[in-house]
Design a binder for this molecule. Structure first.
Ligand code: C2E
Ligand code: CA
Ligand code: CA
Ligand code: CA
Length: 278
């Protein structure tokens, strides 16, 4: 069998075989967890220049029955490759919207927004717009309080489909944030053609913003671009007071990062919001 050629050899590579079976095992566990309560959503504060919480980014968490907590950087790629991201993303959107509706109904809690990540595979589904429409009407959230986080890949990969879907959702009142901005390949002309509301400066530019002049220049350019196009701006991965101050100086006045709060359970998030009003 070893003489059959490269493909066969590769197939019998023990390292690779275990890699594949590991992925398959995880895929199977994701499938199972979807039907049970293995997944949950955490909420990370997004704050304005005064540090006041304006909303949250909803982030998936997975507690695998066999392996314990597994991070999104491990399971999201597997869910994307297998197509399981479609039902998983639908569940995440529904859960985040239901949570937002719950907060909205709480007496004394301020009006909040929620940002939900949408993977390209989910966005390309023929039923995506209808899924969002159904979720909004099932949960009763006001669409203007919902932000969908898309990446630059979504913009450039099937422009016609993207324009059509974004227009329909815009019509409904939903907002769009362009995630990880600056790390992809967006053509600047799409920023003008598509109904985007906000650019999100990627964490990789924020991390060394005080010490790396290139990162500082990129962050400055992204802010300038957002201002020129009349878009909102938010920086992710803000961990220190110095980073926040630098960002404020260059004109970015919305932030997300450990400095203001880690992703947390809904109840903790709600307590953080209430604590600001005490
Ligand atoms: P992302 O959309 O860029 O989300 C921000 C990530 O940065 C989160 O990682 C968050 O916990 C982390 N983060 C936030 N503030 C800080 C900070 O100050 N310092 C550092 N070091 N990290 C910070 P997380 O939760 O592990 O998620 C990783 C990625 O998984 C997300 O990156 C997103 O691409 C994906 N993801 C998470 N939830 C979903 C989901 O519901 N749907 C989809 N399609 N993707 C999701
Ligand atoms: Ca995001
Ligand atoms: Ca991001
Ligand atoms: Ca990022």
């Amino acid at each position: 069998a070893k003489k059959d050629g490269r493909n066969t050899m590769r197939f019998f590579d023990p390292g690779m075989a275990s890699d594949v079976s590991h992925r398959l095992a995880l895929e199977e566990e994701i499938r199972t967890s979807l039907g049970t309560s293995g997944f949950s959503m955490h909420y990370q504060p997004q704050v304005d220049v005064q540090g006041r919480i304006t909303g949250a980014e909803a982030l998936l968490r997975w507690n695998s029955p066999k392996r314990g907590a597994i991070g999104p950087s491990v399971f999201i790629p597997i869910a994307e490759a297998s197509g399981l991201i479609v039902p998983l993303g639908r569940w995440a959107l529904h859960t985040a919207c239901a949570q937002l509706a719950c907060w909205k109904s709480q007496p004394g809690l301020r009006d909040l927004t929620v940002s939900v990540n949408v993977s390209i595979r989910q966005f390309r589904e023929r039923s995506f717009v209808q899924d969002v429409v159904d979720t909004v009407s099932d949960t009763g959230v006001s669409p203007s309080k919902l932000k969908l986080e898309l990446t630059e890949t979504v913009l450039i990969d099937d422009v016609d489909d993207t324009i059509e879907k974004m227009r329909q959702l815009k019509e409904l009142g939903v907002n769009f944030s362009l995630d990880d901005f600056g790390t992809g390949y967006s053509s600047l002309s799409y920023l003008k053609r598509l109904p985007i509301n906000q650019l999100k400066i990627d964490r990789s530019f924020v991390r060394d913003i005080l010490t790396n002049p290139n990162d500082a220049s990129i962050a400055r350019s992204i802010v300038a671009l957002s201002q020129a196009l009349g878009l909102g701006i938010i920086a992710e991965g803000v961990e220190t007071e110095e980073q926040r101050n630098f960002l404020a100086e260059i004109g970015c006045s919305f932030y997300q990062g450990y400095l203001f709060g880690r992703p947390m359970e809904a109840a903790s998030f709600e307590r953080s919001v209430r604590a600001q009003d005490d």
